[in-house]
Design a protein around this ligand. Structure first.
Ligand code: G3H
Length: 479
């Protein structure tokens, strides 16, 4: 419901001493509907102190009990499904059915993480010294993974619940404490998630903290804090500067993607069109993994476009409560940025296959043909329901364009020739290449990483557990 929400620090729901709030605007109504606390540096210090004390207890809790605690959270999250989905609808204008899926996926992720943690963290290595030249069997080495300490989790607005748990659950199963800084837009959904951890009633006080701040004032303070032992961040370019500031701690970053979709002349065009529509327009294109540019071989371009356009014309446009395919984008700033890219393409001669239409933050799906490299939309992520199509003479040209993107998260290639697909996959430099399917992060145990400015480190459940732990060895000397 609309109103003012407290932060969750050291097991308590707190109003900030700053007496300042951060206001959140419902993207659909464009009215300020929620307020969260603008926490102070002292409150951040208190949260980290809580983390540090709680982690001392938590790291001693047997692995099976940590897994059980996570399963309990998953079950509370399932009970709160409708309430949290309602928040997502109002706070980030995600269609209700997608909001419900986000919550379900999050509970599934937590449960999988509990299982994977049991498997991964119960295993270690045993080495004998006599393998190394000149050494007898006089040293036995035992190695295992141990927690890092405190993990700062910063999820983005587009998955404030799912991309929060994808950081929190691996951190907790590994024996860490967490401080979560929810995205401003999505903070209320994040605080409802905090309530699930609170309601589960199985964690030491202070182990899980949700601290809302004004990012411009205290974002760096959170990240650079001496008690922060690990940063898991998903978001925009601010991650590039954070990466330089945090110092010698493990970091995991995902900073967006200009995901290219290469359509070869021998592709199944119905299949490609279906994936382009879903990939380009789900959640109104506000996904790092959305198809952000189509590179199609000229000889099949008209046929492909006809099929894509047919699908685009069927997309419903309206409010998230009505489960429309296209809903208002997150903010007026975002809508203005999208419009700027569209107008730049218009001035430079792109062909509009749909009429450009905008009402407030609601932008109708926009398909642009004959996009050329001199247009900003060929390189920038609109993060909105706008899809540029570039006609290429051959796949080499498509690969060349894809490899010049600054943010190389994922890409995809459509062809019936598997050998060609593998060759293209080998030449495209992005974190993942999907063959005959749209880019996507899930299933959530798959590795997920960006190349170039798109990120550092790899996510996915097992990789996150790996990143949030360090190797500890004990050597037994036989004298
Ligand atoms: O927006 C970034 C997300 O990691 C994309 O996740 O592929 O499941 O939509 P998704």
């Amino acid at each position: 419901a609309s109103g003012s929400y407290k932060s969750y620090i050291n097991g308590q729901w707190l109003r900030s001493c700053s007496n300042k709030v951060v206001t959140i605007t419902n993207p659909a109504t464009r009215k300020e509907e929620f307020k969260v606390q603008a926490c102070t540096r002292e409150e951040i210090d208190a949260a980290y102190e809580g983390c540090t004390e709680a982690q001392k207890i938590w790291r001693q809790v047997p692995l099976w009990k940590r897994a059980e605690a996570l399963r309990k959270v998953a079950s509370v999250l399932r009970e709160q499904r409708d309430t949290i989905a309602e928040c997502l609808v109002n706070e980030i204008a995600k269609a209700r059915k997608d909001s419900l899926s986000e919550v379900d996926r999050s509970a599934d992720l937590i449960e999988y993480c509990a299982e994977e943690g049991i498997r991964l963290l119960s295993k270690g290595d045993f080495l004998t010294s006599d393998a190394f030249k000149g050494t007898d069997r006089t040293k036995l080495c035992l190695s295992s993974r141990v927690p890092l300490g405190n993990v700062l989790c910063i999820p983005p607005f587009n998955y404030p619940v799912n991309l929060a748990v994808s950081k929190i659950a691996p951190a907790l199963i590994s024996g860490n404490a967490v401080l979560v800084k929810p995205p401003t837009q999505g903070a209320v959904s994040g605080l409802h998630l905090a309530q699930c951890f609170d309601k589960a009633g199985v964690f030491p006080k202070g182990l899980v903290n949700f601290v809302t701040v004004r990012a411009s004032e205290n974002g760096d303070y959170l990240a650079e804090h001496p008690s922060n032992n690990c940063l898991s961040f998903t978001g925009g370019d601010v991650g590039l500067s954070l990466a330089k500031k945090v110092g010698m701690i493990p970091i995991q970053m995902e900073l967006g993607g200009k995901d290219a979709c290469i359509v070869c002349s021998d592709a199944d065009l119905d299949l490609a069109a279906k994936h382009i529509i879903k990939g380009g327009f789900s959640y109104s294109g506000q996904r790092c993994t959305a198809v952000k540019v189509v590179l199609v071989e000229g000889e099949v371009a008209d046929q492909l476009i006809e099929k894509v356009l047919g699908g685009v014309n069927k997309l419903t446009v309206g409010m998230p409560d009505d489960n429309c395919n296209i809903t208002p984008v997150i903010s007026e700033t975002s809508a203005n940025f999208i419009e700027k890219l569209v107008m730049d393409a218009k001035e430079k001669g792109a062909k509009f296959l749909t009429e450009y239409r905008r009402e407030g933050n609601l932008i109708w799906p926009c398909l642009l043909d004959h996009v050329r490299p001199d247009m900003d939309i060929a390189w920038e992520e609109p993060f909105g329901p706008v899809l540029p199509i570039m006609r290429v003479s051959n796949t080499d040209q498509a690969v060349e364009h894809a490899n010049k993107n600054r943010v190389a998260l994922q890409s995809c290639v459509f062809t019936k020739d598997i050998e060609k697909a593998i060759k293209i996959s080998d030449s495209v430099q992005s974190g993942t290449v999907q063959i005959n399917g749209a880019p996507a992060r899930g299933p959530d145990h798959f590795p997920f990483q960006g190349f170039r400015d798109s990120g550092i480190g790899s996510q996915g459940i097992a990789n996150s557990i790996g990143m949030m732990t360090k190797t500890k060895t004990t050597v037994i000397n036989l004298n």
